[in-house]
Ligand binder design. Structure first.
Ligand code: ATP
Ligand code: MG
Length: 571
């Protein structure tokens, strides 16, 4: 206990943590009116794929509202469609949610409510509010009408209650084939909202369910299961994306006509869209299944598993979600905004190291062979608590090929013949001679160093225009480095309905650099830990990285090369 701590003003703490968006404002008012004791929310993924950054928005909205108002959040798997759901997706979703730093109160499954939902269906039948329809899917679709024309009533709509009940029980008993019958709510075929035109509640599907096995051969539709699942769990606020707005009257109708234990309210917010990528599980599944990426956790994927492997931190994703806010209007967020949040986080936390991606050998002709000196470098320019390290310097070093130009323009301030440059943390060198190979390419540079310019000596103050990074040829450890670019070449890959979105994949979305050279302190760098390679960007060791086969992924560059492009896009 810290007795001297000042009490926190809770209202201020709430608002700074979650922002004040319209949902927050509304719930705050309801709480002030005493409508609720606490706010109970849920995050309801369907376990048919990995979570993506769009889900992160929904996660942050749901968890932060419960946190702000003394409540909790359930994790509920909306597993009513046995055709696509798998245990491995459940495991991945839980892993991602924990990684994001959220703890759910109860782990729930819509499939746990199959018995209750079945009872609810019988309840509607008993009250003349549901009927068994023998029309096929095609006829039902046609009968629903359009936005401008009312639907037409099914010939089975007035089937007697007893007959409906008998047929529904026999549907459940497995007497009929898939598609032979469906159970429909009896609402209003002329309703302006098509969702109210006798929606389907149950379908026959002789399919094995990953959790309930072969116990059921009828499955509730998402529309029938979702709101009732919320009610069963006593969810107070069902926060979901805008596409469910038109379904709300239907959900309210169910809640009104069923003996549910609670009455959740639904509030919708706009989905997250990000440019140069896709955020739909159907499309992401195709990228994986068709081998366009290496898996759900490919670092180019907008999935949480992919972003994690790319080196994103939970803090960066959460701060991104808070920055974009919660509104009711659709917008497209530039990918660069996500990257900026990562850059801002890593700038504070990532240690600095030197690495040469495309090595060019230099020989310091006046540096004694066999001698190792060391450069003493801070691990972080601002944060002294991150310590220092000694980086070995020897007669032969590697610098970046890009840091040398044989025929350099005037404004080129890195190394050129006869020119000088400072080696970061070491001393100034001059390029005396360029050694070519048989094909005329550059083999190595012969340079001399200025002993007086070593750190700590008076000459260290001598000014030269450029400072470049380097590693000792003798001590450097080789690594494979992945550099990433946008996954798609166009801002909205799904915009053109006549072209398959995969046609817009960026063929250069990954560049693999095979023989990068890293300073020796990176040899045992733990997988998942961020590091800045000075001047090159932020990187992370891949989970497949081994001490004898290092693999690093670039998480983000130091500057946003896309800012201009995004600006132009937005006009
Ligand atoms: P997808 O369109 O990618 O298949 P989904 O909505 O079918 O997504 P679910 O597993 O049903 O996937 O989503 C769980 C929750 O996440 C839902 O409440 C949904 O509203 C929300 N969600 C999904 N995508 C986004 C997004 N892009 N932005 C905000 N919330 C999202
Ligand atoms: Mg969905």
């Amino acid at each position: 206990m810290n007795d001297s701590s000042t009490p926190i003003d809770e209202s201020v703490a709430e608002e700074s943590a979650v922002g004040t968006h319209f949902i927050h404002t509304r719930i705050k008012k309801e709480m002030a009116e005493g409508k609720y004791e606490q706010v109970i929310t849920r995050f309801p993924p369907e376990p048919n794929g990995f979570l993506h950054i769009g889900h992160a928005k929904a996660i942050v909205v749901n968890f932060s509202m419960a946190e702000a108002f003394r409540g909790y959040t359930n994790l509920r798997f909306d597993d009513t469609n046995p055709a696509k759901e798998e245990q491995r997706y459940i495991d991945a979703i839980k892993q991602d949610l924990s990684w994001m730093g959220y703890e759910w109160k109860n782990e729930c499954f819509a499939s746990d409510y199959f018995d209750t939902l079945y009872e609810y269906a019988l309840h509607l039948i008993d009250h003349g509010l549901a009927y068994v329809d023998s029309q096929d899917a095609e006829a039902i679709r046609e009968g629903r009408g359009t936005l401008t024309e009312p639907g037409t009533e099914s010939p089975d709509r007035d089937r007697p209650i007893a007959e409906n009940k008998d047929l529904f029980e026999r549907m459940r008993a497995g007497e009929f084939a898939d598609g032979e019958y469906v159970l429909r709510a009896k609402i209003d075929m002329a309703a302006p909202n098509i969702n109210l035109r006798d929606p389907i509640l149950y379908r026959i599907r002789h399919l094995h369910h990953y959790r309930t096995g072969d116990r059921w051969c009828i499955y509730p539709t998402y529309d029938f299961a979702h709101g009732q699942s919320d009610a069963i769990e006593h969810i107070t606020h069902s926060l979901c994306s805008l596409e469910f707005e038109d379904h709300r009257p239907l959900y309210d109708w169910f809640i009104e006509h069923l003996p549910v234990p609670s009455k959740p309210v639904q509030i919708e917010f706009a989905r997250l869209n990000i440019n140069f990528t896709v955020l739909s599980k159907r499309k992401l599944t195709r990228l994986v299944d068709e081998g366009h990426v290496s898996g759900w956790d490919d670092p180019r994927m907008p999935t949480l598993a992919g972003l994690r492997r790319r080196g994103f931190t939970p803090e960066a994703i959460r701060s991104f979600c808070h920055e974009i806010g919660v509104t009711k209007s659709e917008s497209v967020i530039p990918f660069g905004v996500l990257e900026r949040n990562l850059r801002d986080d890593l700038n504070v936390h990532a240690e600095r190291r030197m690495a040469v991606l495309k090595p060019l050998k230099i020989v310091l002709t006046n540096f004694e062979a066999g001698v190792t000196e060391s450069a003493h470098l801070p691990n972080h320019p601002q944060d002294e608590t991150l310590g220092t390290r000694d980086v070995p310097i020897t007669r032969e070093l590697y610098i970046e090929q890009d840091d040398f130009m044989e025929e350099a323009p005037k404004k080129f301030f890195r190394l050129k013949p006869g020119g000088e440059v400072r080696l970061r943390g070491a001393f100034i060198i001059r390029c005396d001679e360029v050694i070519h190979d048989e094909t005329g390419g550059i083999k190595e540079l012969h340079c001399s160093f200025d002993p007086e310019s070593r750190s700590g000596l008076p000459g260290a103050e001598r000014k030269v225009k450029g400072t470049i990074h380097w590693v000792s040829a003798e001590h450097a450890v080789p690594a494979t480095v992945h550099l990433y670019d946008r996954l798609f070449q166009v801002a909205d890959p799904a915009a053109d309905k006549d072209t398959d979105f995969t046609a817009h994949l960026n063929p250069d979305s990954i560049e693999t650099v095979e023989h990068a050279m890293l300073e020796p302190s990176l040899k045992d760098w733990p997988a998942g830990d961020p590091v800045q390679f000075e001047r090159l960007g932020y990187f992370v060791a891949d989970p497949d990285s081994r001490a004898d086969a290092l693999v690093f992924n670039r998480s983000v560059t130091l500057r946003d090369a896309w800012a201009k492009i995004d600006q132009a896009q937005q006009g």
